[in-house]
Design a protein around this ligand. Sequence first.
Ligand code: MGD
Ligand code: MGD
Ligand code: SF4
Ligand code: MO
Length: 727
Amino acid sequence: MTTRELPTFCRICEPLCGLIATVEDGKLVRLRADKDHPLSRGNACPKGIAFTEIQNDPDRVLYPLRRTASGEFERVSWDTALDEIGERLRGLIDEHGIDSLGWYFGNPSSFSYSHTLWMVGFQLAAGLKHVYSAGSQDINNRFVASELLYGSLTRVPVPDLDRTDFLLMLGANPLVSHGSVLSAPRIREKLTAITKRGGRVVVVDPRKTETAKLFEHIGVRPDGDAWLLASLLQVIFDEGLEDDGALRRQATGVRELRDAVRRFTPECTAEATGLEPDRVRALARDLARAESAAVYGRTGTCLGRHATLVAFLIDALSLVTGNLDKPGGSVFGKELVAVSELSAGLGFVGYGKNHSRIGGFPDVLGTFPAAIMAKEITTPGPGRLRALFTSAGNPVSSVPNGRELAAALTELDLFVSIDIYVNDTNRAADYILPATTFLERDDIPLPFTAFSPTPYTQYTERVVEAYGEAREEWRIIDAIATRIGVQPFAVGPARPVGRLLSALRRRVPGLAAARPTPALLADLALRTGPYGDRFGLRRGGLSLRKLRRHPHGVVLADGITTGVLRDVVRHKGGRVRLDPDEIIVELRTLAARPSDPTYPLRVIGLRELKSHNSWMHNVEPLMRGDREHAARINPKDAAVAGISDGDRCRVTSAHGSIEVIARLTEDMTVGTVAIPHGWGHDGGWQRANAAGGANVNDLMSTDLADVERLAGMSNLNGVPIRLDPVA
Ligand SMILES: Nc1nc2c(c(=O)[nH]1)N[C@H]1C(S)=C(S)[C@@H](COP(=O)(O)OP(=O)(O)OC[C@H]3O[C@@H](n4cnc5c(=O)[nH]c(N)nc54)[C@H](O)[C@@H]3O)O[C@H]1N2
Ligand SMILES: Nc1nc2c(c(=O)[nH]1)N[C@H]1C(S)=C(S)[C@@H](COP(=O)(O)OP(=O)(O)OC[C@H]3O[C@@H](n4cnc5c(=O)[nH]c(N)nc54)[C@H](O)[C@@H]3O)O[C@H]1N2
Ligand code: SF4
Ligand SMILES: [Mo]
């Protein structure tokens, strides 16, 4: 028996904690936290350690599956699956054109550089329009806000945790989520260090979360953030607390923003925010007067009805208080590879380059709102979506109105999924193609360095060979592309990348691969990027080869360099735009959702330590004990509805209805109910199916009027509901 201990890192969530994998005869037997990782230093959460169970899960899909006439899956060979898929695709393209083909990629794809690269390469080369992702349920509003503010879609500031005196955090719960668009292992320590050195952490959240309990809590009403932020700005301008120097140096459109927020006095917004005006005034003053302050918002601020406006106002508040691009403020990390420059220079991804057939929504980074996917499938006419691929996604569980999407999927001419499980979505697929887990592929987490207050990166080889016949996503995408005569990076807007690769392959020794591979592309991007070795021109610079010599990862700098705003901003004149029409119009017309006595309460989401979106409920060690799918309800609201702790209750919105267990807790502000997403399974994962619960997204709407206009964000937080006891 050979036993090996291999350093690698976790790719479930954003801190990317260092792990040591124990491998015996090609099988993973254990994962533990890597003490030698420079930042996570022996820290990992229960999910990371429990990934062993997923790696070895008997319910995993390890062979290509084809659905039979009776609805069961049968094992087929790779050649059979790929040839049949290719033939059906060619037929569809001949008859209906390439626009009949679409793709949805889910959250785990962000943690696989090769998956993302080949997906983008294929999308661009084939000219796919029907592209959807988890981004419209997560973060696309943040990108659009950056486009409006900075003219740079992918540049997002992060709070300078190690230096800040005041962190204002809205709609994030890093003690459970471990940080998002903020890659910081041991984040709890970083947050408590702020208060230990005399600073403050203020958490704005309708629920008194794990994070809020440790610090100061402001119990805002769901979807009240736009009003709260506008009020903070109103007070700051009204009391002359703004940083004039910063505004002059960094911004244009200050007067328009000031005028637009003038009507939002804390008294006027108290109804929408649920907050005492004095409290809002004190917060505005404290924030403006703090030595340094960072304003940070995450998914709680992204899934309301004004998501882009809220993301915009968060950065505007940093800027107006003189905290943008300043030590201890909201700062812009250096990208590991120059994605922003590349995309701006080559112009192949952006905002509003296309508009969706249904609803006319602008694309964000080449993707349309996933909320309209079902209607794109069911609405006849040219450009109808007829063949759908999903990779690393479970949209029936994660996008609004899961039932509508599940029904629409049955109307597809072809549905192919690349996944490690039969999940709640691909159970309806014609083919399921088995992907490798993250331990079965090499990786370099390209997007995350820029979001780390302590910039770092790591490269890992696969630590186990693929089990069964699992294949890396990029190879599957490549094989499908080949079957329809498309070569990623060979044609279309990304062609210059392909050309560059060919040229380099000829000239640079050591790059002599037969054809482009993700590793080659990543190495090229890394070496020519901000930290790169420029093929030897810059001593100490990075290359994949160099990263291989540091298997526990490397810290690239002590902290984020400030004073870079001029490089970030792409608007003419190099200054941040505080008055884009889209934002000023929305501020002028902002109106609270009228209350409806039929649905007096509001539902929001909740993440749990031992769940990960929809896909870790099959892991026995994470499911032991008292795991249940429960709605968290304030006792006052429960009393009104006639519900006691532990009862089953019915939750009804204007769009659907589910049954869950009721748990009463003072952690909830009155009027708000929190229900986790990603439960209520019906796939090939037996433990998950047995866990019960319901799909909270059955309560959510895909009406076009309920999809946020600017970024196509799904409205998943703050949705009006009613509670009823179940007999
Ligand atoms: N109500 C509500 N809904 C939400 C949210 C919310 O807060 N509230 N949050 C939203 C957010 S932020 C997100 S990111 C989305 C997530 O939404 P999705 O990305 O659609 O769904 P996941 O639950 O992440 O499912 C991921 C799938 O990928 C598979 N998988 C895991 N690892 C791999 C791999 O390495 N390769 C491949 N090919 N497959 C893999 C899993 O088996 C699973 O089927 O949910 C969104 N939905
Ligand atoms: N354990 C665990 N970790 C995860 C995940 C997981 O499923 N489980 N998912 C990962 C993913 S995909 C992501 S995107 C990140 C997300 O990372 P976070 O955004 O930090 O995670 P959440 O716990 O969803 O935090 C959102 C908070 O917003 C609050 N909220 C809801 N509505 C509103 C509102 O209208 N206004 C305000 N101010 N707050 C509101 C909720 O109560 C919640 O506490 O987490 C990642 N990490
Ligand atoms: S916090 Fe947990 S799930 Fe996230 S990267 Fe670290 S070990 Fe993995
Ligand atoms: Mo997410």
